[in-house]
Structure formats: C-alpha cells, structure tokens
Design a protein around this ligand. Sequence first.
Ligand SMILES: Cc1cc2nc3c(=O)[nH]c(=O)nc-3n(C[C@H](O)[C@H](O)[C@H](O)COP(=O)(O)OP(=O)(O)OC[C@H]3O[C@@H](n4cnc5c(N)ncnc54)[C@H](O)[C@@H]3O)c2cc1C
Length: 287
Amino acid sequence: MIPVKFDYIHAESVEQAIRLQQESNGEGKLIAGGHSLLPLMKFRLTEPGVLIDISRISQLKEVRKEGDRIVVGALTTHHAASNDPVIKEHIPLLADTVRQIGDLQVRNRGTIGGNIAHADPAADLPAAAFALDAQVIIQGEDGEETMPVDQFIVGPLITMMPENSIVTAVSFAIPPRHTRSVYLKYFHPASGYPVVGVAAIAGVDESGVIDFVRIGITGVGDIAYRAESVEQTLLGQTPSEAMIQEASRLAAEEGEMGNDFFTSSEYREHLCKVYTERALRSILLAN
Ligand SMILES: Cc1cc2nc3c(=O)[nH]c(=O)nc-3n(C[C@H](O)[C@H](O)[C@H](O)COP(=O)(O)OP(=O)(O)OC[C@H]3O[C@@H](n4cnc5c(N)ncnc54)[C@H](O)[C@@H]3O)c2cc1C
C-alpha cells in the first residue's frame, strides 16, 4: 500500500502543466484530486516518476454557458458541480448524477475532468456525459481539440488522450427546456459505485408525444453507452406504462454486459431494463 518514490511539482498554468509533461519524458502524470490516481499508485498499478499537481490552476474551475452548451472546467469538483447554479438551471442531470458519487469527502476532492480522464467503467459521470452529448476539451502541444465523449473513452481506463496534454473542460449540450431528467443507480453495497447507472432525459411536445429522449448507461460493462434503441422506440410515442416497458426491454441492446463475482451478465441486463424503466417512468409519467 505504499507507492514507489516520486517527485511532486505544482503547475501554475495549463501551459506549464504541458511543459512539465514534456520534460518528464513520459514519467509525468497529472494529479487533480488524487481520488483515483493515488489508490492506483498505492497498489503499484501505476508508478509515475513525477506527479504534476494541477489543482491550483484556477481557470480550470470555471463553469460557463457558451451558446447551447455548458462548459464545466476540468477542476470543478463533484460537490461544486452539484451546487452550481448554471449547472442546476441548464443541465440538472449533471448535478443529480455527481451528487450521487461516493461520499462528501470524495465529492469535495474528485473532479469532473479527473473522472472523465480516468475512464473508470464503473464511474457514474459517463452516464450523464453520454446522455448530454458531452465533449472533452483538450489542450495539447499543438493547441486545443474537442472530442465527443464516445470517441474519447475507448475502453476501461483507456482514452484517446494525446501525449503531453490536459483536459481543460468538459462541455455538455443543454437539453430542450421542456424536458425532465433523472439519474438512478443500483450501487455496489461496499463501494457505492454503480453496478448499473441510468441517466435519462425526456420530454413531450404540445401534442403529447415524446419529442426528445436521451439515455446514457454506465457501470454494466467496459464502457458506458447511449441506449439508442430505447430512444428510437420512444420517439413519437405517447408516454404510457406499456410503452415504457416495451422500450426498456431494449436497454441492454447497445451495451456489453460484464460478468464478475458480484453479478452475472444476465442480472446486469435485467438491472438495465429495470432502472431504465424506473427512470423513464419518473420523468414521463409522474406529475
Ligand atoms: C472512496 C472513493 C469512492 C468513490 N466513489 C465513486 C463513485 O461512487 N462513483 C464515481 O463515479 N466515482 C467514485 N470515486 C472516484 C471519484 O469520482 C474521482 O473523482 C474520480 O475518479 C477522479 O478523481 P480525481 O478528480 O481526484 O482525479 P485524479 O485521481 O487526480 O486523476 C485520475 C486520472 O485522471 C488524470 N487526470 C486528472 N485530471 C486530469 C486533467 N484535467 N486532464 C488530463 N488528465 C487528468 C490523472 O492523470 C489520472 O490518470 C470514488 C473515489 C474514492 C476514493
């Protein structure tokens, strides 16, 4: 449980964080809140020669509205995001999701950027990120680039993060005003991580038919996904218990269900359906 020896340095700016990575010749690793990195180091699953602490870069803590998107600075903690007035007004699904991460101590240190960059298949945030068409904003040696979250996260703990770069923010699409949203999870009793986490947004138009629906699912396999079959089944329909049950049967369609000592893939598939059903019922049928 003791990490190997490492150097430690604070970066005061994004540019310095990139330069320090270049100078470390592949030995450097960014640290934000340390809530995922330090456990890995203690288990010696990663052994960086130098930790580059980015936690003082204040420009990475900003949350702002930019057109039809909300840009959330990478260093925004889960606690800050769950209480931010801009997030609560425009993308309440994000506030609802990060409010359910770990405990208060975890939410006080863990960051939006660190959670996405870590790409833990069991993390909560990817469900909301997929449902809200998140884009990851990356500053690297050759300037800034933006990657949709489904292209950024490509496997368990694997991302398309270029060398010597830093996630500066994650931006989320603002859903139409008339929609409602919810994040529901069935969590592992020991860790609190989702075994299945379902983030859902939906709304009906003036004639009473569903005109917007997005569903992101996390925790069940190596990678989060959008349940597009459920979305397609619901679009243009009048919400009803029968319709929701029929559509939710397809909740596992686009995902690969994991199989481990805690739950079988069959049970995960079942949980996907049940939690999608509950989420849709709460936003489409409850008053
Ligand atoms: C006890 C405990 C319980 C938890 N429970 C949950 C839970 O229920 N649900 C859940 O989703 N999560 C949970 N977490 C994880 C938590 O959400 C962390 O916030 C999250 O994993 C990221 O941690 P961090 O921001 O501290 O990043 P760090 O640990 O500092 O970094 C994680 C990784 O991301 C990289 N990184 C960090 N920031 C950036 C950046 N800006 N640009 C590029 N790379 C970056 C680092 O180099 C590292 O590889 C838990 C953690 C603990 C310790």
